[in-house]
Design a protein around this ligand. Structure first.
Ligand SMILES: C[S@@+](CC[C@H](N)C(=O)[O-])C[C@H]1O[C@@H](n2cnc3c(N)ncnc32)[C@H](O)[C@@H]1O
Length: 304
């Protein structure tokens, strides 16, 4: 089962009232959404996910609470288009990024380096690009860059050379084959630290799902559809996602540089947004849920 991260904190910052209109961009198994739904009996919840398995489970969970919700089975990159079809603006938007524990646990999804499966890693099962294509068709420069940037892996070059060598003999078909290649191409002492394949798998997953570009675009859309007084809560698990969030929140909550020294700021240039919070999970949460280790919650309010 998926244990929601920063649940109490994110719900608190959403400032729910009985009539709030909320968007959960990452429904997953419904941990956040079910909490939200309980508190908005006269409001409405729109929940996005691109994973059919997660939707089936969460729908059953939400049904038992109330019927004032709609699940939108698409990539949250379509946030603005989908929401503005239904309603003008909303009171709160939540992103709880990444994959859920059941996605990692289901071997056949190919997300896990522990479990034998075809190389897949698609969150949207209808998408064509899969981990197999990345591993077997990308050239060495592209592979190295992905593993280095998205995985922050210091042995990226050596791992991608190992991948190219192996696939020149035969295509790399499974997660365990890839894990073995990674192990053979990092120094002995690195193999015993955290799992040597963790960072490369993460990098390939981010590439397959285009996670950083998709998130940036969706967060920019969120700024447009949030009402004055409304809040955007973002839970990230990766430093590059967090960096995107931090930069966008900073940019929209500060005066442009050229205006910072003006004695009076014309009203139209005053920032429309304000940073409300930037927090990490408590030690207690991290102790009880390993996934919380790298999590961070950032909250932005639209002030006018
Ligand atoms: C960490 S889980 C969310 C868990 C949820 N908050 C809970 O408490 O149960 C992230 C979910 O977002 C979905 N997801 C990730 N990126 C997505 C995207 N670009 N569009 C739609 N859904 C996405 C994944 O399929 C996964 O189910």
């Amino acid at each position: 089962m998926h244990e929601s991260v920063l649940l109490t904190e994110s719900i608190k910052y959403l400032k729910l009232n009985k009539s709030s209109i909320i968007v959960d961009c990452t429904l997953g198994y419904g941990g956040h959404s079910s909490n939200i739904l309980k508190q908005i009996p006269n409001g409405f919840l729109y929940a996005f996910d691109q994973d059919k398995e997660a939707i089936k489970y969460a729908d059953n969970r939400l049904k038992q609470i109330n019927n004032n919700y709609e699940i939108i089975n698409t990539n949250f990159v379509n946030l603005k288009e989908e929401i503005t079809k239904r309603i003008d603006k909303v009171d709160g938007i939540l992103f709880d990024l990444g994959v859920s524990s059941p996605q990692l646990d289901e071997a056949e999804r190919g997300f896990s380096f522990h479990k034998e499966a075809k190389l897949d890693m698609r969150m949207d099962q209808n998408q064509t690009l899969s981990a197999y294509d990345v591993v077997n068709t990308y050239d060495i420069n592209k592979l190295t860059k992905i593993i280095q940037t998205y995985g922050e892996e210091k042995y990226a070059k050596s791992i991608s050379s190992g991948i190219i060598k192996a696939r020149n003999i035969k295509p790399i078909e499974t997660t365990i084959e890839l894990t073995e290649i990674i192990k053979q191409n990092v120094p002995e002492k690195y193999r015993n630290k955290s799992h040597p394949a963790r960072k490369t798998f993460q990098a390939i997953r981010i590439e397959v799902n285009d996670e950083l570009n998709v998130f940036k675009k969706a967060l920019e859309s969120a700024l447009e559809i949030i009402k004055p007084g409304g809040v955007i809560c973002v839970i990230t698990f990766h430093s590059l996602e967090d960096k995107i969030c931090k930069q966008i929140f900073k940019k929209v909550s500060e005066l442009p540089k050229e205006l910072q020294n003006l004695p009076v700021i014309p009203k139209q240039y005053e920032p429309k947004y304000k940073i409300i919070a930037n927090i990490k999970p408590s030690n207690n949460e991290i102790k009880n849920n390993k996934r919380a280790r790298s999590a961070r919650l950032r909250v932005l309010e639209r002030i006018r």
